[in-house]
Design a protein around this ligand. Sequence first.
Ligand SMILES: [Zn+2]
Length: 433
Amino acid sequence: MIQMVKNKGARVIIEKNKFFNTTSINLFIPNNERNINKNGISHFLEHLILDLISKKFQDEILGARTTRLYTNYYLNCFTPSAEPIIEKFLRFIFATKSIPGYYQRLFCREQFLYTKKNIIAEIKEITDNPHRVLQTDFIAFVGDGKIEFLPSIGSIRTLENLKVKEVENYMEEGYNLKNACLVIFTNGSFTSIKNTIIQTTNNLLEYQVRKEPLKNNRLSKAPSLERYYLPEGFPFCPNDTKINERVLLINKDTEICYINVGFKISSTMPSTLNFSEAYVLAALLVDYIIEAISSGGFYLIKPLVYLFENEGIIGCNLGLGENELSLALEKIKEVSNYLKDKDRIIDKLPMAKRKCKMALLHEAEDLYKRAVFLFRNNSNITFESKAKEIDEVEADIIENKASYLINRENLYIGALGKIKSINPPIMKFYHYF
Ligand SMILES: [Zn+2]
């Protein structure tokens, strides 16, 4: 049961969590376009706040991430009675001036330099990791640049020019409860949490600098979220990236080549597509890949298959030994063909369904996924209804969906390595379909 609480412009979605005796809190604050296109201020502010408040939430799990659309703070409390924690958390984010000394520490020079050093280290870590570069670029590529929850971290160059005052202004402008959306997943009492939220939002209002929400607030349009288009010069995308209709090639001098394979399932798919079917299909694909690994040809950097429901993508990451590309591409073709083999599907289906249901439960613990899901589908979808859908998936359906997916129009590939070495086999692969 999902319920919405609104008070003084604040929007809170509360869902009953029957699986764990915990309370998960996800807060989403929209990023404005100025930040996304230019300087990574919101990512900076996210780090600044976490650097200061993590010590205040040592009995909980506190974290944050910044995407193109919003900054998300999450807090996992190991109690169903988290009312005082929710109140404290909201005060640290929205009523900074009501806590003695806190606002001054947030925007002092010393703290600013400390946080900046950490973020630069983070950006280096991400951009030096070929696997992550390919994955991020590939997701954007398959999603036609419409993936709004891709990370937005800023570049080293823009960070070096950032001023304390810019961050301070940004917080005053955007950190308003009326801009935000709060999602709470709890095994506690709805009434008690609701009363706390109403009380807290009444109290917070007088401390907030800005009284009105931002005019161009995309989050306020939830749940029918607009898509956010990637700006020119997407930060992870090297200048020499060559993009073909279905093939993304990234030229990077790495010791081994990386490859991503993805199937786009939503935009061209008949409207009857049920994402639970795609979910089961993705689980089968993982099994087939693992089977293929044992017979040689390629290995996985991470046995990862991701399914972005809203973007309609199934993708998987594969790592390839440098001189084994053509062999590996043959293997990928072979694995894709398994998805058309009904006997094999029937054989593997029960296990794939079990894995999907396990993954559903696991997602209940992943606050971010949980909240994004709820936030977009402010509706009657529950874990039970999703589990039931998974149970109902039949081999015939998988066989049909698979042959629809495994064709030229829906298949995407991305590769990272020395362009000279990856280009011909990738093109060969492309023509198989
Ligand atoms: Zn970060």
